[in-house]
Design a protein around this ligand. Structure first.
Ligand code: ATP
Length: 579
């Protein structure tokens, strides 16, 4: 069984900021077409930061100018040294205009970026959900069987959002870094000693937050694992409610659920506590550096106005630095869900499913198994070993043999769910592997002992999302002897069946499954113990109707009952493989 990420990866953990490169590489694999939008978002974000810096600087200048009596029409002497060369040219009204423009531009850019971010985030999530869902349908059936269904549900419904979150974090990182650089440059020009203090603060801050990185990675992985366990328990409980009640295990299940639910709560609160701790650390460091500037201001070789502007910039820089670090920590926490998404998306497609091949309009003569063997992945004993037989078209054949002799495996090969590991299967002399899969599957239909009913009406279940006329639905239900009980249901064919269809007996479910298989009027019908839950009399009626309708078509029945096998023209008896 393929288990999705339950523990943190073994990648080096010391390299705090390397996580950015790792997440970026993963994102490029998952959403390669986002480069342009991402760059636009980062540039807009940085421009917004730039506008903030301009706004702060001009605001400080304005305050100084307003504080100077009677100099309103003179050149502005209030700008910091950085703007010194413009002093002669900027009047007070221009100062106010620039300030207002900077503020408005910042608001507009911020708004534009949140709209773009929201659109991009939904695009990413939608595209990832689509890729995951379609991957589940295109991976080889054997690979699919290696996954826990609850894990797959969890990845599609919950963890797929991690990709959009990681993208948002990377964009925010780019914006924060760009803004930090711009603010830093501004501070350097205005008051270099304060910029140096700010730089030291940034390095210490980054190093201190780096100490939390491993804890964040572990918490992220623990949260994913705890949620997976909880989903799995819920899923299996829903699947086995009858057994749980029959064995009187409700309390035990409740206890297990509570324990797992507590684990989930603990991982989230640990994450919240770490968030609070890192935020506190950030505040303390910022306070420390500003205090240092205040205490040492009289000794610093800088102009007071410039020092004030630079200090305000440093103060405003703090949220960017804080967010920069928290986004890096978020990227650590996103490792586990991202790895899960990647694991599924990187699964190879079923080569036969995507290959073209020749079309097959009809089966004219026969299906032949030429010395066919098949072994399931990881199994040392072949499920089918060197089997050879032919099935003539338009005739009825029973496939018999003891339990485990490979009957279902043979039907699965006919259904293209698995391919022979040795030997070949031919249809009218053409190798199965050279035939277009969909054209072959159009010719045949299958029904088994366990019917996969879905949420919907009886009609929905017979149609099974295919274009099938009402007439064909009625005909198939008649042949399957299903009409007689369907019409007794309160809403007949429109009766709503839950996914478990609890109101139906085992035999009724099998008859709906049989009607589903018949409804497309297939040339070849495969029945895998499809009537074994029916009483003898109903089974006999179903079989006689089937034989009448399938006089000139191909019917292959897997059965353990000699009475059923004897009704077929041919019998193929399989023997179990030995080591
Ligand atoms: N997904 C699987 N992975 C590994 N082994 C499998 C898998 N499915 C079936 N097998 C093994 O392959 C062998 C043949 O199984 P198969 O279901 O084809 O037998 P069968 O003749 O249809 O049995 P039954 O009459 O009990 O339904 C068995 O030994 C079974 O354990």
């Amino acid at each position: 069984m393929t288990t999705l990420q339950k523990s943190v990866s073994t990648k080096p953990t010391g390299a705090f900021n390397l996580v950015v490169a790792a997440r970026f590489r993963e994102l490029l694999k998952l959403v390669p077409s986002l480069r342009l939008k991402t760059s636009v978002m980062v540039v807009i974000g940085i421009l917004s930061g730039l506008m903030e810096m301009v706004g702060i600087t001009f605001l400080v200048s304005l305050v100084f100018v307003l504080g100077q009596q009677g100099s309103s029409s003179a050149a502005i002497p209030g700008l910091p040294a950085f703007f010194g060369s413009f002093e002669a040219a900027i009047s007070k009204s221009m100062l106010v205009t620039i300030l207002i423009c900077a503020i408005i531009l910042r608001i507009v850019l911020g708004f534009a970026n949140s709209i773009i971010a929201s659109v991009v985030s939904h695009q990413i999530s939608g595209s990832i959900r689509h890729r995951l869902y379609s991957k589940i349908l295109t991976i080889p059936f054997q690979r699919f069987q290696h996954y826990e269904r609850s894990d797959l549900m969890n990845v599609i419904a919950t963890e797929s959002y991690a990709v959009a979150s990681a993208h948002a974090s990377l964009v925010r990182l780019g914006i924060n870094l760009g803004t930090i650089v711009i603010f830093g440059a501004g501070m350097l020009v205005m008051a270099w000693p304060i910029a140096v203090l700010g730089l030291i603060f940034g390095v210490v801050h980054n190093f201190a937050l780096g100490l939390f990185a491993e804890a964040y990675r572990r918490t992220g992985a623990a949260a994913v694992s705890a949620i997976e366990d909880l989903t799995q328990l819920t899923w299996t409980t829903l699947q086995t409610v009858k057994a749980v009640k029959s064995f009187g295990l409700e309390k035990r299940h409740e206890n297990i659920f509570d324990a797992l639910s507590t684990d989930v709560g603990k991982t989230w609160s640990r994450s919240d506590q770490m968030g609070a701790a890192t935020s506190l650390l950030s505040e303390v460091l910022t306070f420390g550096v500003i205090l240092t500037i205040i205490l040492s201001s009289q000794f610093l070789p800088v102009d007071f106005r410039a020092a004030l502007s630079a200090t305000i910039l440093l103060y405003r820089l703090q949220p960017y630095i804080k967010e920069f670090d928290s986004q890096i920590l978020a990227l650590h926490a996103l490792e586990a869900p991202l790895q899960n998404v990647l694991a599924i998306i990187s699964e190879a497609d079923d080569a036969r499913q995507v290959a073209c091949g020749e079309k097959l309009e009809h089966l004219q003569k026969e299906i032949v198994f030429h010395d066919v063997s098949f072994s399931y992945e990881g199994s040392s004993i072949p499920a089918v070993s060197h089997v050879g037989f032919s099935i003539r078209t338009g005739e009825t054949t029973a496939l018999t043999g003891p339990s485990g002799s490979g009957k279902t495996t043979i039907l699965n090969m006919l259904l293209h769910l698995i391919q022979p590991t040795e030997g070949r299967i031919t249809f009218d002399g053409r190798d199965l592997s050279t035939i277009e899969r969909s054209s072959w599957l159009r010719l045949l239909s299958v029904s088994g002992q366990d019917v996969e009913l879905m949420e919907g009406t009886v009609l929905d279940n017979i149609r099974f999302r295919r274009e099938i006329s009402e007439e064909d639905v009625r005909w198939s239900a008649d042949v399957a002897c299903a009409t007689e009980f369907i019409e007794k249901l309160p809403s007949g064919f429109d009766e709503w069946l839950g996914d478990e269809a609890i109101r139906l007996s085992g035999g009724q479910r099998q008859r709906i499954g049989l009607a589903r298989a018949l409804a497309g009027r297939p040339e070849i019908l495969l029945l895998d113990e499809a009537t074994n839950a029916l009483d003898e009399a109903t089974e006999a009626r179903v079989l006689s109707l089937l034989l009448r309708e399938y006089q000139s078509r191909t019917l292959i029945i897997v059965t353990h009952r000699s009475s059923v096998a004897s009704l077929m023209k041919h019998q193929i008896c399989l023997v179990p493989s030995v080591v």
